[in-house]
Each structure stands twice: as structure tokens, then as C-alpha cells.
Write a protein that binds this ligand. Structure first.
Ligand code: AHG
Ligand code: MN
Ligand code: MN
Ligand code: MN
Length: 335
């Protein structure tokens, strides 16, 4: 589709590719876009409207919640609960599945989201995002149970993210490539600016939180050491390193210029097999990255094939330029 197309037109044309889709999917995405514009506005106004800082509360992940974690979660709920497209919602910030209030009709989709990704960055004015994933409800028009959400990533109908950076962007896939839209604040519309985004298969840039180095498993230790060895090392090239600590920003960088991102399995806390959440982060980003020609793995298996066992399940994540991810996966096979 042509650069300059509005997101609304794009969604309507996209819906024609989705088997069995009626106007519901278009309307659902429209509500989601309204939520994202509202969040963009709140993040952008920041301290002017008193939304910065932390709360006393912790979420089910054991993280201290930022005010904006809760505000953005609420914005997602309020904009998406009323229209009758959803059978339920699940979020990083809610212990249990969100039941659509009985005053509203139920629908055939499930919405899963991380309302504010990278929230540790919000007080320091660095890019944050929203990650979303849309699944079909196994039984339409019935209040969704927790088990209904436990679908492997390959079942996603649509996934994407909003990036609240120097401009606000929306990047999404419905399984036919990846397209990026930039919010034109003057007219209040997302405009197609990045059609058919693809990730270069090779890269010289990696992203990992190096403060965890002593906890990494041997294959990741080996990979990073080889990158750091540069031209003289076994990889024969100099690597660059980045770590924003907002997964949305890292994935967006990789979609734009390639790279590899790792939050690998480590020995820091044996009860957690990784930091990132399968349903809210790894699967939606997995769908986007694979659709852009990249690869996404735990190091041991393809993320999107994992059968989830819990709403808040965590997984190791290694994603990005295909050849690089395959190299890292091959190191995992050797041990
Ligand atoms: P969230 O803000 O939704 O809890 O996610 C934060 C995630 C992810 O965005 C980022 O890649 C990672 O946590 C950063 O972790 P470190 O603080 O350990 O670097
Ligand atoms: Mn969090
Ligand atoms: Mn997150
Ligand atoms: Mn979050």
C-alpha cells in the first residue's frame, strides 16, 4: 500500500485478508488506535498533567507500578471494553483476566497487552511503548476464561506496538508483512510512513543488559564475547552495542536497521526462566519480527510455538536479524 495512506483505510483493506472477518476487526482496531492516541497524549504531557512517578502498589509481576502503568492500563480497558468486539482482556498490570462488564455485549476477539513497556524510562523522558496482541476467543460471545488466553503465538490474528518516541508510531502485522504508521498530531491520524518493514538478515549490532553478564548461560557468554572481540575475533567484524531498556524501542531499532536483542535465560532467579512475558511481550513482538523476516527464539525453541501455561509466564527472548539469531541458537544446541 502507498505511503500516505491513513491507518483507517489500511485497516479496512487489511480486514479483507482475514478469513471470516467482519467489520468487527476494523472497529476493534479503531478503538485500539483511540486508546493509543490517548496514551500518547498522556505520555507526551507528562509532568504537566501530574502523571509521572511511582505508586505504592506492586503488580502481579512483583514490579512497583508507575502511575502511568495504571493510567495506561485503564485507558486500554475503557476504550476497548464497550463496543462488543471482545470476550475478555489480559494485561501485564492485572492479576486476572479482565471480564467485560455485563452492561456491554461480548464479541469474538481477545485483547492482550502491555500498556506501558519500558516504564522504568518514563520519568527520564526516554521512549516507552504499548504492546498488543489480538487472539480469537475459542468460544465467541462468551465471557473468556483464563485458559482461553493460553494460545501459542502462531494463533495471533494481529499484533503490534505503539512507540512513544520523538514521534509516535504504530507498527503492526496481521500476518501479511509489517507496516509502520506515524501519528500526524495536526490531523489526529496515523499515516503510513514505513510500508513493508523488513529486518536485514545480517547485523553488526547487539542489545543486552550487560549488568547480568555473570548470570548468563554459556552460549550467550560465548556469543557476546565473540562480538566484543571485534575484527580480530572469530566473527571477523566490529560490533556496536545498544541498550535502551524499552523493548519497544529496541525492536523498533531492529526493524529499522537490523540488530539482535537478547533478554536470555539466566541464573539470577531460578524461579524465572527469563524476564519478558510470553503473552504481553514475546509473542506480539515475535509475530512482528518474524513477519519482517527476522527470527525469534528462546535460544532453545521458537517463541511462537510455545504452548503457554500461565497468563504471566516469562520466557527468554532472543530476536532480530535472522542469521545472527540462528548463530546464537546454534550455540545453544552445541552445549
Ligand atoms: P515493562 O516496563 O513493561 O515492565 O517492561 C520492561 C522490560 C522491557 O521493556 C525491557 O527490555 C526490559 O524490561 C528491561 O529490563 P532491565 O531493566 O533489566 O534492563
Ligand atoms: Mn512492568
Ligand atoms: Mn514490557
Ligand atoms: Mn509494562
Amino acid at each position: 500500500m502507498q505511503t500516505g495512506t491513513t491507518l483507517t483505510q489500511f485497516i479496512i483493506e487489511e480486514q479483507r485478508h482475514i478469513a471470516g472477518a467482519t467489520g468487527d476487526f476494523t472497529a476493534l482496531l479503531n478503538d485500539l488506535v483511540t486508546a493509543i492516541k490517548t496514551i500518547s497524549n498522556a505520555v507526551n504531557k507528562g509532568a504537566l498533567i501530574g502523571v509521572m512517578g511511582a505508586l505504592e502498589s506492586q503488580n502481579v509481576q512483583g514490579e512497583t507500578q508507575k502511575k502511568l502503568d495504571v493510567i495506561t492500563n485503564d485507558i486500554m480497558i475503557r476504550n476497548n471494553e464497550w463496543a462488543g468486539h471482545l470476550a475478555g482482556m489480559a494485561s501485564e498490570e492485572m492479576d486476572e483476566v479482565y471480564a467485560i462488564p455485563t452492561r456491554y455485549p461480548l464479541g469474538k476477539y481477545l485483547l492482550v497487552f502491555d500498556p506501558l513497556d519500558g516504564s522504568s524510562n518514563v520519568d527520564i523522558n526516554i521512549s516507552v511503548g504499548t504492546i498488543f496482541s489480538i487472539l480469537r476467543a475459542p468460544v465467541p460471545n462468551r465471557a473468556a476464561a483464563m485458559e482461553d488466553f493460553l494460545q501459542p503465538g502462531v494463533k495471533q490474528v494481529c499484533a503490534g506496538y505503539a512507540l512513544y518516541g520523538s514521534s509516535t508510531m504504530l507498527v503492526l502485522t496481521t500476518g501479511h508483512g509489517v507496516n509502520g504508521f506515524t501519528l500526524d498530531r495536526d490531523i489526529g491520524e496515523f499515516i503510513l510512513t514505513h510500508p513493508d518493514m523488513t529486518i536485514p538478515v545480517d547485523t553488526k549490532e547487539f542489545a543486552i543488559n550487560a549488568s547480568n553478564r555473570r548470570f548468563w548461560e554459556a552460549p550467550v557468554q560465548r556469543y557476546v564475547e565473540e562480538c566484543l572481540a571485534g575484527k580480530e575475533g572469530p566473527r571477523g567484524k566490529d560490533f556496536n552495542m545498544r541498550w535502551v531498556a524499552s523493548m519497544v524501542a529496541e525492536v523498533h531499532r531492529i526493524l529499522t536497521r537490523g540488530g539482535v536483542f537478547m533478554y536470555p535465560r539466566d541464573t539470577k532467579d531460578p524461579s524465572k526462566p527469563g524476564k519478558l512475558r510470553l503473552l504481553y511481550e514475546a509473542n506480539p513482538m515475535g509475530f512482528v519480527v518474524e513477519q519482517a523476516g527476522g527470527a525469534v527464539s528462546t535460544g532453545y525453541e521458537r517463541i511462537m510455538d510455545i504452548q503457554p501455561e500461565g497468563l504471566h509466564q516469562r520466557v527468554p527472548v532472543i530476536l532480530g536479524s535472522k542469521n545472527e539469531v540462528e548463530t546464537i541458537v546454534s550455540y545453544h544446541k552445541e552445549v
